[in-house]
Design a protein around this ligand. Structure first.
Ligand code: A2P
Length: 222
């Protein structure tokens, strides 16, 4: 009998448990509501295509949100992406498949294109993080491994989800540049922490208390 070929997924990643997805979506809304209300943000609406005196509803602005909140490790496009077969065949990846992981969210960020959560990978999680994930999208820069790890929370109209990780790397790059980034405000409650502004409409909230979410490492076949 002939065995069917093993199928590669659209992507591999950590998929959040239902309760934690609901919690993170609520937290994301809280973040956008509070961010949209701070004075410093209202003064910098132009990158979002708004005049200073206009009202901007960030919840509406980020019109799209992924069906399942997740942190992508490797985008394979069912095997069309170079290196996806090699990735899937790694012992570490096979061993991790269908196992539970706790993801640590250290920051939330918003740009004119995307809103997302920065994920701090543990050494265990880095074992299944592709070594070229950062170079793939920003070949000229050097980043600590795992810098691109994120959860897409929402995108503006006509923006693809893949943009979220690129936006995160833009912010990390500016953080690495050695320039001083003053905090322009503070949020409260479940999103307590300092908010920094990084030019061109890019904002990041450093969470005073990291958010932990439960997830399962798996493949998404669509
Ligand atoms: P992200 O991980 O930032 O959310 P799509 O629905 O566009 O096919 O994408 C499915 C998932 O794969 C999304 O989570 C998306 O982005 C991610 N993704 C899409 N394209 C790429 C890519 N070229 N590199 C890495 N991740 C990608």
């Amino acid at each position: 009998p002939t065995l069917e070929k093993e199928l590669l997924p659209l992507y591999f990643g950590w998929f959040l448990a239902k309760r934690d997805q609901d919690y993170l979506r609520k937290t994301s809304h809280e973040f956008l509501e509070q961010l949209g209300n701070i004075k410093a943000f209202k003064k910098r609406l132009q990158p979002y295509g708004c005049e200073e005196k206009q009202k901007l509803d960030l919840l509406k602005y980020f019109a799209k949100s992924p069906n399942i909140l997740h942190c992508t490790t490797k985008f394979c496009d069912y095997g069309k992406v170079l290196g996806s077969e090699e990735y899937a065949q790694q012992e570490a990846v096979k061993k991790a498949y269908s196992r539970g992981y706790t993801l640590h969210i250290s920051a939330l960020f918003a740009t004119p294109r995307t809103v997302g959560a920065q994920v701090e990978l543990t050494s265990d999680q880095l074992l299944i993080w592709p070594p070229d994930a950062e170079k793939e999208v920003m070949p000229k820069d050097t980043f600590p491994r795992g810098s691109r790890a994120h959860i897409t929370l929402g995108t503006a109209a006509d923006v693809q989800d893949v943009q979220t990780g690129i936006d995160l790397l833009e912010i990390v790059k500016l953080q690495q540049s050695g320039r001083e980034w003053e905090s322009l405000g503070e949020l409260a409650g479940p999103v307590a922490g300092k908010v920094s502004y990084y030019e061109n409409g890019m904002w990041m909230l450093n969470l005073a208390r990291k958010i932990e979410v439960k997830s399962i490492f798996s493949g998404y076949y669509g």
